[in-house]
Design a binder for this molecule. Structure first.
Ligand code: KMH
Ligand code: ZN
Length: 281
């Protein structure tokens, strides 16, 4: 895996699990998402992982909502725009495939089924294989979400079966600390990193809830990149709620700076990930 001097910081500002009524500061409208994206780019983020909400702030995979968000973010930021294909645990597999119709730069691709608290986040091999091939055909770069060590083996199986993703790079993100997935501690993260197939060109990590900060520190120390955001963590420090995603990006950028791997530019992120430039001149 090539070493990189900078740190890719991805912001995952919303997710599909939190409710607006519980967290009024959660960005759910298009206006809030754009404001968040602009602020987070200025703070050091170079990619955004998006879940979209409808007019009632509920998770949606409606094409119009997804396309409007992709277009607005592409117009008003230079962030790499990644749409979630994970959606919410209630979204049907067929509908999750239609996310690619919104032509994001990148899409998430979770490499296996996982228990997700009291729910099940379903990703059977046939589905992830279809998503992999359709992303290749649509020239969308997948980010492989690894919730468990078995997902690393499934990633190797996908690459063996279908070749490299569009763009020729393989970027993965360890999502640790989900109740039912791999724990959010350095030992589990490093076990996953050690198992990565040789084709992987870059990796990132996030820790859910209280594992957010230790996983960020461990990832930086081990040469990984960072994902932060209210999708994963809404507590900034003991007793202090995150008020804006920018706070988490600023802290990640500061950590990266201290580790002498400062936040990378969106241009460097585009070339590291191998995304197609869909921005109009
Ligand atoms: N909301 C989770 C069930 C992804 O975005 O691809 C799935 C998730 C992963 O957040
Ligand atoms: Zn997500």
């Amino acid at each position: 895996m090539a070493t990189t001097p900078g740190t890719l910081i991805t912001v995952a500002p919303t997710g599909a699990e939190l409710s607006k009524s519980d967290f009024p500061q959660l960005p759910t409208t298009l206006e809030e998402l754009v404001e968040t994206a602009v602020a987070c780019e200025a703070a050091g983020a170079s990619m955004i992982h998006l879940h979209i909400r409808d007019g009632e702030h509920r998770p949606t995979l409606d094409h119009g909502h997804l396309k409007a968000a992709v277009d607005a973010l592409r117009e008003q930021t230079s962030l790499v725009v990644q749409l979630s294909t994970g959606g919410s645990v209630h979204d049907p597999l067929e509908q999750r495939l239609t996310v690619l119709d919104a032509e994001p730069d990148s899409c998430s691709l979770t490499c296996g089924t996982t228990n997700f608290g009291d729910d099940v986040f379903l990703n059977p091999y046939g589905f992830i294989s279809d998503l992999y091939v359709q992303a290749q055909e649509r020239e969308v770069v997948p980010e492989f979400e690894l919730f468990d060590l078995g997902h690393v083996a499934a990633l190797a199986r996908l690459i063996d079966a279908h070749g490299l993703p569009f763009g020729g790079k393989v970027h993965v993100d360890f999502v640790t600390g989900v109740p039912g997935g791999m724990p959010g501690n350095p030992a589990a993260l490093l076990a996953g990193v050690a198992m990565l197939p040789a084709e992987v060109t870059s990796w990132a990590a996030t820790g859910i809830g209280r594992t957010h900060l230790p996983i960020a520190a461990a990832a930086l120390a081990a040469g990984g990149h960072l994902r932060v955001g209210m999708e994963d963590n809404v507590v900034f420090s003991r007793g202090v709620q995150v008020q804006h995603n920018r706070e988490l990006v600023e802290r990640a950028a500061h950590l990266a700076e201290v580790m002498q791997r400062p936040a990378m530019s969106t241009q460097d992120a585009r070339s590291m990930l191998g995304v197609k430039d869909r921005r109009t001149a």
